[in-house]
Design a protein around this ligand. Structure first.
Ligand SMILES: *Cc1c(COP(=O)(O)O)cnc(C)c1O
Length: 414
């Protein structure tokens, strides 16, 4: 494999044309779309229009005339196609942390008022993204009814951790640090057989790997739009409640956007029918509208084409790093098996933080996660095979020349 082979892969790539729809700086190889997706080119004009016309000229009328009020549902229906949701099952709103709180509270409530009364354990992984664990711990202690968060240390211990006390299995489908992808259908089926409900966090799955929530039999799901979906920094997240659970779904953040008739201004809360009951309050509309620009690009292709290129890019990166940086102490953390891999590749290096800072200084943008992990995200909508080659070449030079600063100061965001 040489650089020309990579250029040939780009020439044959059916997704290559989509890169033009992103605004990326010319001197950057962007391998961090798993943390903050690149900007869809259309987002600038869209933001201009929302601020200048919808807000500036049409003012409050835009809640109706520009469809601001329905935006969480409209976007939810479009996003839902990427994750195997039916129309009317997804809303885009709030943050992933908040949506997880709602989903977990609703699942515990369903168990308490259904067949799972008395079950007091929430099972998740110690390696889960911390906010997911923190939100579960916060809810469990707030409820003060003996709920416990059980942290599992390895994937093969998950099945046995789901016992007769387990109310909810709450997992992140693709691990943010390692890129490990769970078998959603198998774990869901196993948890159901034990009487537990299952919540999936799709933060590193939506737009990254094919997901079919209905086929997997999942109960509830949440996820992020500012990572692979390219919604923009801090763009609102999403929550999925399948129709079969909507009647039983009640969540404690009972704000007026989830009310059956918000403009009746009634003194008591009555949840609306359907997915609207997962909403809480007024959304950041400027940010929310930009989510549409990312989804429009996904609608020009499909998750299977994206997955095929994602696996080709991650395979190539692993192969090139292992061949060209073989004399350096790099350790592959991400599974080699395709079925177990998301759309990122993580390598450990004893000086991972300093090496990543050197890469970023040379325009190869990935990121760093404790302990010692350099994370590289691959986003088939805009990453090319030649960029993979060039990124590995720059990594090789940095390692060969030891051109990294061991005294590099930690920035607030790593
Ligand atoms: C990125 C990510 C989050 C982010 O949560 P916010 O509320 O948006 O800060 C949560 N969970 C997982 C698994 C993530 O990867």
């Amino acid at each position: 494999m040489n650089r020309q082979d990579c250029l040939d892969c780009d020439a044959a790539d059916p997704l290559a044309g989509l890169r033009q729809q992103f605004a990326l700086p010319a001197d950057v190889i962007y391998l961090d779309g798993n943390s903050l997706g690149a900007r869809p080119a259309a987002a600038l004009a869209r933001a201009q229009d929302v601020v200048a016309r919808e807000w500036g000229m049409d003012l409050i009328r835009s809640w109706n005339t520009a469809g601001w009020f329905d935006l969480p549902k409209r976007l939810g229906d479009r996003l839902g196609k990427l994750i195997g949701a039916a129309p009317g099952e997804v809303v885009v709103n709030d943050t992933t942390s908040l949506n997880l709180f709602k989903a977990l509270a609703a699942a515990l409530h369903m168990q308490e008022h259904g067949a799972g009364t008395g079950r007091r354990v929430i099972v998740t992984e110690r390696s889960n993204f911390p906010t997911d664990i923190y939100m579960a711990e916060g809810l469990a202690s707030w409820l003060a009814r003996g709920y416990e968060v059980r942290l599992v240390d390895s994937v093969d211990q998950i099945p046995d951790a789901i016992d007769a006390d387990c109310a909810v299995l709450m997992l992140t489908h693709v691990n943010y640090r390692t890129g490990y992808q769970h078998d959603m259908a198998a774990l869901t089926a196993h948890a159901h057989a034990q009487g537990a409900l299952v919540i999936w966090d799709l933060a590193h799955s939506a737009g990254a790997v094919p997901v079919d929530l209905h086929a997997a039999g999942a109960d509830l799901a949440v996820g992020c739009t500012y990572k692979y979906l390219n919604g923009g920094p801090g763009a609102p997240a999403f929550i999925w409640v399948p129709q079969r659970h909507q009647a039983a779904f009640t969540q404690p953040l009972s704000g007026w956007w989830g009310h059956a008739n918000p403009f009746a201004m009634a003194p008591h809360f009555v949840p609306t029918e359907g997915i609207g009951r997962a909403l809480c309050g007024t959304q950041p509309i400027v940010s929310l509208t930009l989510v549409e620009c990312g989804l429009e690009i996904f609608e020009q292709t499909d998750m299977h084409a994206i997955r095929a290129k994602s696996l080709a890019l991650t395979d190539l990166f692993i192969e090139l790093v292992e061949a060209r940086c073989a004399s350096h102490p790099l350790g592959l953390v991400t599974p080699r098996a395709h079925a177990l891999r998301g759309s990122q590749v993580s390598f450990t290096h004893p000086h991972g933080y300093a090496v990543m800072q050197a890469l970023i200084a040379r325009g190869v943008i990935g990121d760093y996660r404790e302990p010692a992990i350099m994370r590289f995200g691959f986003t088939p909508l805009y990453t090319s095979f030649a960029e993979v080659w060039d990124a590995v070449e720059i990594l090789r030079q940095i390692l060969d020349d030891k051109a990294y600063d061991l005294a590099a100061r930690r920035t607030a965001v790593t």
